[in-house]
Design a protein. Structure first.
Length: 468
């Protein structure tokens, strides 16, 4: 199998540390809000990677963290803890926010046929592991205490900027944009391992540590959680390309300084999903979440299909026109596949040949668009219906598009116990707009909901709504 590696910047032959087994780590969501569909693109393509490895015969041990503490709004230790931001926005506790959005994330995954990782670990459940790792880094001279915090000293490494193109310029941009530098740092790219003293005095979750009561930095959680469930040698680490620097760069720095040897062989990065106006974000324009697409009548699997049509290493531009096209193609394909009659004998030779073509596609750097083309090729084959169904069932182990399942009659839109996620997302956006004194935007959201027959009710405990 060939896999592109962000470290070598070439397509390399994938050879795991242990024959037949793959240990893989995935950076999980920061559970302070819904995942937008750009985040979900990353998880869909990582799922295609996992399923491709399994298709090719590997046994995959996949680990995912859930970030529920320490991820600041700025990636360079500036800004506010995102979890605290979410809790303030919704007037709830951090743990309530974490539970709600963790559940929402896995509900999205389920609807997109994304497999559950072998291990899922919230960061708040591993504080002793983080402290242990930080202690060893201090003992080894890779970390230092300053101003009450503990920092990693990047000058102690032979090479820090491992993903060449993501370099010191990124940090300088932050400085140019008026972000205050941290005077405690010996080098501008040093990063916090543990905070005790900072401007975030109202941090809700704090733990005792040898350096005082505080909380961990974001990067340390992935290194420690990966080591806990994946051991000292990792085969593949995945994430969105925006995590390559500084997050993954810092993970490598910590893990290898701690272990004293190379940690992870392959780095798999999924490129951004953009809109016509640029990079997708939670704060500008329409808040593109899966429930919004569903409310507009799109099948979540049509979105999966849309993502699989493009290669994970190319940026993908989202537009409703493009999604419409993908959605139409998906419906036609699934209707054609699911209506194939189970008739005749299965031709083992044809199945084996088809398997080979598909293995070539997914084994060539997870070429999912070629894998979908392979399904169209099956439809054209001059073989029995039973053979076609057998091949499509085999391909669908990777594609996970439910191709042999006929569409159900119009499904009724369900409402969750906590409320309709799309309306809740709009309420959250309105609260943020009000906080930023952008009353025009807050009114616009209220009016837009009113036009749909949804009335907002502001109470001292936050905003609720009623329909009709
Ligand atoms: Zn991570």
């Amino acid at each position: 199998m060939k896999l592109y590696n962000s470290i070598t910047r070439t397509k390399d032959e994938f050879i795991p540390n242990e024959a037949g087994k793959v240990t893989m780590y995935t950076c999980g969501p920061t559970v302070y809000h819904f995942a937008h569909i750009g985040n979900l693109r990353t998880y869909i393509m990582e799922d295609a990677l996992v399923r491709s490895l399994e298709y090719l015969g590997y046994d995959v041990n996949r680990i995912m963290n859930i970030t529920d503490v320490g991820h600041l709004t700025g990636d360079s230790d500036d800004g506010e803890d995102k979890m605290l931001k979410g809790a303030k926005r919704e007037k709830k506790t951090v743990m309530e926010i974490a539970k709600f959005y963790t559940d929402a994330f896995f509900k999205d995954c389920e609807q997109l046929n994304i497999k559950m990782p072998t291990h899922v670990q919230p960061a708040t459940g591993c504080i002793p592991e983080f402290i242990n790792m930080i202690e060893k880094l201090l003992e080894g001279g890779f970390a230092y205490e300053a101003g009450g915090n503990v920092y990693f000293d990047i000058s102690k490494l032979d090479k820090y900027y491992v993903f060449g193109e993501h370099n010191a310029d990124d940090l300088e941009v932050g400085v140019r944009d008026g972000v205050e530098g941290d005077a405690n740092k010996r080098n501008p790219a040093d990063f916090a391992l543990w905070f005790t003293k900072s401007k975030f005095d109202d941090q809700e979750l704090k733990w005792d540590s040898p350096w005082g009561v505080g909380y961990p930095g974001w990067h340390i959680e992935c290194s420690a959680i990966s080591l806990k469930y994946g051991g000292e040698y990792l085969d593949i680490h995945c994430g969105g390309i925006d995590n390559a620097f500084p997050h993954h760069t810092n993970e490598i720095a910590q893990s290898e300084a701690f272990l004293g040897h190379k940690w992870c062989n392959f780095w798999f990065h999924v490129l951004h999903l953009n809109t016509a106006s640029g990079k997708m974000s939670k704060s500008k324009g329409e808040f593109l979440i899966l429930d919004l697409l569903k409310s507009k009548g799109y099948d979540p699997l049509a979105y999966r299909f849309f993502c699989l049509l493009s290669h994970y290493r190319k940026p993908l531009v989202f537009s409703y026109e493009a999604l419409d096209n993908a959605s139409t193609a998906y419906k036609k394909l699934r209707n054609r596949c699911s209506s194939i009659k189970e008739e005749g004998e299965i031709d083992p030779e044809a199945v084996a040949k088809a398997k080979e073509a598909f293995s070539d596609a997914v084994g060539n750097d997870i070429n999912t668009s070629l894998a979908i083309t392979a399904v169209y090729d099956v439809l054209k084959l001059n073989v029995s219906g039973a053979t076609k169904r057998a091949i499509i069932a085999d391909y669908d182990k990777v594609l996970a598009l439910d191709l042999l399942t006929p569409f159900a009659a119009e499904e009724k839109k369900e409402e969750t116990e906590a409320g309709d996620p799309e309306i809740l997302a709009q309420i959250a956006l309105r609260a943020e707009a009000k906080k930023a004194k952008n009353f025009a935007e807050a009114d616009r959201i209220r009016n837009e909901l009113a036009a749909k027959g949804i009335t907002l009710i502001d109470t001292p405990n936050g905003t609720t709504y009623k329909i009709g």
